[in-house]
Design a binder for this molecule. Sequence first.
Ligand code: ACM
Length: 631
Amino acid sequence: MKYVILTFICLTSYVFRGQTPSIIPIPLKAEYPKGSYSLPSSLTLSGPNDPSLKVAFSLFSEKLKKATGYKLKWVYGDQAKANIRFVLNKSFDSSLGKEGYRLQVNQSGVQILANNPVGLFYGIQTLGQLLPKEIESKTIVNGVSWKIPFANIQDTPRFAWRGMMFDVARHFFTKDQVKQFIDEMVAYKYNLLHLHLTDDEGWRIEIKSFPNLTKKGAFNVKKIGRFTEFSKPEPNEPRDFGGFFTQDDIRELVKYAKDRFVDIMPEIDVPGHSMAAVASYPELSCTPEAVNYQVISGEPFIDWSTDHAIALQDNTLCPANEKVYTFLDKVFGEVSELFPFEYIHMGGDECPKNYWDKNPQIQALRIKEGLKNSQEVQAYFTRRLEKIITSKGKKMMGWDEILEGGGLPKNTAVMSWRGIKGGIQAANDGHQVVMTPNSNVYLDLMQGDGIIEPPVYETVRLKNSYDFNPVPQGVNAELIKGGQANLWSEQLFNYRHLQYMLYPRAWAVAEDLWSKNDNKNWDNFISRVENHFERSDMAEIKYARSMYDPIFKFSKTSKGEIQVNMTAEVGNISFHYSFDHSLPDHYYPAALGVITVPKDAVEMRVIGYRGKKPMGQAIRFPISDMLKRIK
Ligand code: ACM
């Protein structure tokens, strides 16, 4: 579906005529003159014979061929007569920068120009979105008129770091699934895959010097239900659930990503989140009971009821144990060899200190090094690790907890996740920063109300993701490398659900990171999201429709009546409801403002409609749950 979007006119200096294509992320400048170019059923493409573009060109050809059934011919070099021409600029066009491109569609065909191969690659992604949605089909779609609207697009990203974190530790995802993840990322111009490779629930990368890390550390007990509330595994339950990447797998993934202009940043999360390592090599812990520890299977083992983690089993590497630094030297050495990317992420988050506080080795270290508290003990560990990582020719990055305890080396970059305050502090201290605030870009969190969404800790709605701006006021913008969406996998049991959690929020974050802030517009974005829902249907990619569900607020009057206020996240939605257990449709009353719950009602049912079309999920809200919220 295409919309005429009047509000969009003010977003760029151009005037749009007719229908506006739905490009996500929105390009820097775009005009769409009247008219379109029809692809002939036998077409010629031309482009530079550049090895770094081989895969990109063949992926594009395959996509075109699969959906259209058309005959394609490639000619290397610049062919003025080609229907689709890819051209590398002979001299640098500074308006496009390193990653930008210029895309023109007119009566002679399509032309994409860029300074570098990566720019042509992003031009291809935009061209894909200019084509009819059927281009996403994996089989030939007959009866489509394969037209591309006339366009003059000039585009370049706002940030160089457009990341997506994939947690393959809590739940393992296979090499092919990681490849699919990369393919989905690049369609929206993400360029950095942060692989969270180790955690309490699994160690996912082969380390030749420490084979137990994957022999024992990569497997736990399969449990289904609600992660962190699972029963404690019985001693006789098979520990065969999980997996890991061999070093060859990693090399293959790095190459696969590189062919799509994506860098992979590995994360080895230490000194906390290390139960898989401790269970494999208990001598790395400073807790004697660690010899009995097992890789966590989703059973509770940390007390999160205070503002810091209290471990019920010690999941940390011991900063007072020299063997730990020998271990880190070997592990980070092997990891550095595998990943060409300049940064290695060392985690550093949520490290419980309660076992350290009662440990004599740690107390001795504190006296020797003059460390005032356990935060300073972690800071000491971080500084030692930074030396190791630097000795491998890499730069270190960590979660914002590494600022605590002070003394963080200046060339260490900080990834701010507990909101943006850690990022602000880090930038003010002169560190490079990547912003990943949990309030906006934690895509593992629910995208709607917990009454209907698969339960996770909290909610981050699409609008929260769209409102993300990585550069806070007053901060030196040069120190903000960019931002990143994070997809933790505690509650991700399969790839379809992974997609459900990603979309549409990953589209919002893509726009936050690529597009100029002034070009962003919520209503316009939503109309493009709706187009991308249709494209995703063609591509058979799952997504959430939670943006059509109500935002609920409950209150009680002085007379004890329960009141429900339902507001919509997106425009043009009405909520039809019942209290009599029947399933509401658009003939039922629409909630306008606050509604009062009838005295004897047991549940409310509600669903969002646009006119006569059901848009949201059928929600059943027990009155007992409303009462809990009011309390
Ligand atoms: C984190 O979410 N613990 C970085």
